[in-house]
Structures are given as C-alpha cells and as structure tokens.
Design a protein around this ligand. Sequence first.
Ligand code: 6R9
Length: 645
Amino acid sequence: MFEIENHPVKDAIKQRAHINDAQYKEMYQQSIEQPDTFWGNMASEFLEWFTPWEKVSEFDFNKGEATWFKGGKLNVSHNCIDRHLATKANDTAIIWEGDNPDEDLTITYQQLHDKVCRLANVLKARGVKKGDRVCIYMPMIPEAAYAMLACARIGAVHSVVFGGFSPESLKDRILDSDCQAVITADEGLRGGKAVPLKVNTDTALASCPNVHTVVVVKRTGGEIAWNDSRDIWYHEQTDAASNQCPAEPMDAEDPLFILYTSGSTGKPKGVLHTTGGYLLQSAMTHKYIFDYHPGDVYWCTADVGWITGHSYIVYGPLCNAAITLMFEGVPTYPDASRCWQVIDKHQVNVFYTAPTAIRALMAQGDDYVTRTDRSSLKILGTVGEPINPEAWEWYYHVVGETRCPIMDTWWQTETGAVMITPLPGATNLKPGSATRPFFGVQPALVDPEGQILEGATEGNLVITASWPSQIRSVYGDHERCIQTYYSTYPGYYFTGDGARRDEDGYYWITGRVDDVLNVSGHRMGTAEIESALVLHDAVAEAAVVGFPHDIKGQGIYAYITPMHDVEPSPELEKELREFVTKEIGAIAKPDFIQWAVGLPKTRSGKIMRRILRKIASDEIDSLGDTSTLADPSVVDNLIDNRAKR
Ligand code: 6R9
C-alpha cells in the first residue's frame, strides 16, 4: 500500500500545461466577477458561430430557467466536424478499438464528415426533421457517434439509451420523449458476449406505435427479425445516400439532446440540454482539464449511454479537433491487462475512467499493469463517484508511475460538463478531493435550512449561479425540474450531493444525500428498483438501500416482505433478481435480498431507511434513535435475519 499524501504539480506538467495556478486564479476571478465577458470571450474562442448571440446569459433559479448565448446561431455537427476540414481533413478523429483485440479502425475528420452527412440524409429521407426526437440504442461502435452527430446536424434531438437497459426501460424512455425513430444495431459485443439490441428494440417497440423507422447497423450479423415497413439497414441506406448534407443553423438555446437519469422519486427524468452553452463548456473543460494538445490521443472509457460519453467521448473532444478513442469492450476482456494494452497499442496520452474500474483492476494485482509500458500516458482522470484515497494512490503510483496527475472530476448528467476539478498545471492534488471549481462555477455548502456555510466545513452542495452547460428542463415536465433541483434551497441549484470543504477551499464530495444509489458509477433511484420488485406477484412490499461495496462503491440491498401465501426460498430470490434485470437492466440487480416479516416504520407509516441502511451495512451497534418506531420488534427480527455475505 502507498502512503496517502498530497502531490504538488510537477515541473514537467507545468511546462506543458495550458493553465498554471496564477492563470487559474485570475481567470476564475474574472469568470465570477464578469461572467458575461468571460464566457463571451470563450464562446468566440472555442466555437464557430453562424450568427452572433444577443445576450450572453440570463437566469432565474426560482423558475428553473437559464439561457446562454440567446439569438446566436450555430450547429454542433459543424463545430465538431466541418470547421476542422480546411486544415485537418486527414487527421484522425476517432480511433475505434473493438471488443476483440484484433479489431480496430481509424476514422479521419473527412470520413467522419461523410458518414455523418450520409446518415443525416437517411434520417431526413425518413421524414425526421428539426425538433423531432430520435432514440439511439447502440453498442460502442463509431456509428453511435455518427448517429449523435447526424441528429445534431439536422436539428433532431437525440435520446441515447444505454445498451445495457432492458426493453422495458427502453420503451419507457421512447414513450416519454415520443421518439419516432430508433437507431440501433443487430447485436452489441462486450467481453465476447452478444447483446441482443435489435431483439430488445423489437420488444420495446411493440408498445411504441409512433416509431416509424428503425435504422439497424450490422455489427455481428446475428439472426434478427425484420419488419419491412419499419426497419432499414444502415449500410444499405447510407451507401446510397449523398455524402453532403448542410448543417442546420440552430439557436444556441435549441435542444441538442435528452438523457434520462435517475432521481430519488418516480421514473427516470429526461434531462434536457441545449446547443451553445453545452458545447462550449464540454469543449473548454476537455481542453483545460486534460490539458489537450493537438495530436494527443485521448481515451475516455465511458459508454455513450451516459453523460460522460456524450461530453467526453463525442462532443468535447471532437469540438476541439481531438483524437478520441472509443472502446467497444470491457476492461477485463480478454484479461485484466486490456486497458493498459490498448494504451500501448494506440499510444494513449490521456486516460479517463471510473473509480469502480480502478478498484476492480487494482484487485487483480499489479502484474497486469506492470507488464505493459504505459510511457505514453501524461494525464489520468476519474469520474462518477468518490474515489477512495487508496485507489487514488494505486492509480497514481502503479498506472501512472507518479508521472501523471489525476484529475478527479465532479459533475452530473444535469451539469452537462465538469464543475469541480483540478487542472494539471495549476492544482496541487490531494487524493480523494475533486479540489476546486472550474471557471464560472460557484459552488457553496449549505446547512439543512439553506444557510450558506463559510470556511472549512461540511454541508449540502449547491451551485449559486448559472453555468453554460446547465440542465434546461426535465423533458415534458418543467415543474418536476423546479421541484427536483430548485425547491430544496430556493435560489440555488441543489446537486443532491454532500461535501466537505477544507482549509484550502478544496471540495471533498461525500456522496448522495438523497435516495439515489451510485453502483459502479451508475446512478440509480432506490424507488425505481422498489417499483420493479413490487410488480412481482410474490412481493408485498420492498425497500431498497445501498451498502458499502469494495469494488462497486455501493451495492444494492433489498428488503422484501413476501405476500402472505408465499414461502421465501433461494429460488425465489434468484427469480426476483432476474426479474429486476428484466425490468430495468443488469445494473439494477440486487446483491442481497433479505426476507422481512415487516419493515421498520414510523407511526405515520414512513419506512425508516436510516435503520435499513445501518443493518445492510452491518452497523447494528449504531442504529441511532429508534424511539419513533411503530413496532420496535421488527428491527430485532431484521437484525437476526441479515443476509449472509
Ligand atoms: C458525470 C456523472 C452524478 C453523481 C453525482 C455524484 C457522483 C460524479 C464524482 C462523483 C464524487 C466525483 N459523482 N463524479 N462523486 N466524486 N468525481 O457521473 O454523472 O451519472 O449523473 O452521476 O455521481 O454523486 O451527483 P451522473
């Protein structure tokens, strides 16, 4: 084990970096004091506009409203592709590494242009137009990026659904945003196993009468059913289409995409992002946080089904004319050396991944890492959940050989881009801390009454002023947007996270303070899993909580009260786990199921989750106040019947 200590910026990094500490402080100050001047300058530097904006920013958090660069016209696909063609047509845009280590591809900016235009023309020919919603349910293949950019090119709003979600989840998302076209593949390929994407799509679409078109990419050639009036092959149609398609001028505030994410109540929400501000902040953070220089090979291991894939595989990097690596597979296939082999094979300079992957690879032993070279690496990054200092030091010493600073980036689907993060040439690192706010971001800690706390302290994390890539609405339900993010602490955006701030002003995110779980970096509402469980005939009541898990960060623990005539059994447990997988997806499958005669409730009938969390975490000596329980004997019974680990 390595000692946990602070790591000052190294000279070699400082020399190359875009931003040093003095510049960070000066730019941050300006970004707060004169935000419109600061962001106006950045918008001219980072993006190409067809028409300039009328006003940089305007916001009213009480109404959950924010606009950036209103009146300005631009197109995301033009910014990510066309404007690079004059000087970089033959430069690499995407390096694709297949699930199978023998498969890879390089796509230049010119090729990207042609692919995106062809697909955009196919969509247009099927009647998809500006403002229409298109669902993208894809494996990690370049066509996923083409699909996103093709939508952006014609002004259609994409909704990417993670390929690991079930037909049921896919259906809910298609219906919620009324998508009328779906882009998918016959099958995906992960860790040598096929993922039945078209079969899932067919199942979902049985309940989605408005979907008139399904574009199918042939990835594996696996057997699939075909609906002649609805399904079209990607390769046939794009081969026949023109490779020229004008980019639709969009208002900076026109929607770019919807991405569903979990909250503490109800069904997942469609987080809506718009065009100008989102692209600006994703591009700018990508350049400064990863200290991106032309020619650097940059690899973010996320899936495009998550916000990290949107902002840091596709939009941010391509807007900066970067080389972005897209990986179809998983870090442990064919073996736990895969990531490091890919880094050597493609001479990767920047590697951005999740703490859960780091912990999983750490558990496999150093040899998988040290047998590879990794000398190309310059910067490392993490995202998705708090990183424990032990994993941080391992990443720093073993993977990066103490040469590469680690950027622990805190942000959310709703924030669109990174909010709290170190910068390689500016920030002395403390393992486990996301450190300081990015330009223009004003975090604060509040007490339960919403009073702002000063100095070194701990509290709930809010953001006090708008930032360009901020969530604009919850699709189709602005009231829910206000309710979720702006009503807990009026006047502020509430993140749902708790945090500590130390004497140097560094932030340490402590995790969610609401009923949202973070399992392997995936966000999940306990309410969603509970709703799935109670759909099963054998279940009378269900309560789901998280517990600390060495690799996943959090695991899922479900307390289930069976129907009176149901006999609990290991077979039924297994069935319920499969049931959740079918309803939501494998990422929501409970690690433990405990049969509960009753759940601990207050006299008013509220489930006391605090107690359930303690029992699931095996912290039975610190249950806290149990005096409000309607029936205290329920707790003894739960303790006696804890799930075996
Ligand atoms: C980008 C992304 C957001 C939630 C967020 C927080 C957790 C993300 C983190 C982190 C500690 C970090 N989170 N990054 N916690 N340190 N560097 O992950 O978006 O899927 O919406 O999740 O993830 O709890 O609120 P999303």
